[in-house]
Design a protein around this ligand. Sequence first.
Ligand code: CU
Length: 172
Amino acid sequence: MKKTFLVLLVVFVAIAAFALFANKSSNNNQVDDTNQIDDTNDSVQLQEVNEDNESPNDAVNTEDIESPQSITVTYTDSGYSSATVKISAGDAITFVNDSSNTMWTASNLHPTHTLYPSSDISKCSTALAGELFDTCKGVAPGESWSFTFAQKGNWGYHNHLQIGHGGIIIVE
Ligand SMILES: [Cu+2]
């Protein structure tokens, strides 16, 4: 009887010892889990910081990327339409000659065409001709001419061959 009790006691102690050990290693696992959670939080915070850093750049890029527009102004026998156009710096205007006459679109003021920066009818015969707000020649009916406005301002223009026809390109 005493022997049976001893065996039971040994078994009980063994179970208790095993349970204690199992609990201890379980605690170790929990500690490990906590570390893993901390690691996860760190990486999430890093990602958030990176996103925060990118956000202002995205906003700046959006303004920079705002793609240049190409706006058409149609010239008919009654003049330019729309005669006054508001655009952003870097946008291009294509002047389409839908009239029955030759169109020579150029910066004001007639006859020197010097209102738009660097423009000057006297430069039409030079290598700078392509950079002037000045077709520097007659554009036949059915043809067109494009100019990109880099300079901000209100740029009056006219048809050099029909000075009563003109308008304003507002570059903002
Ligand atoms: Cu003129």
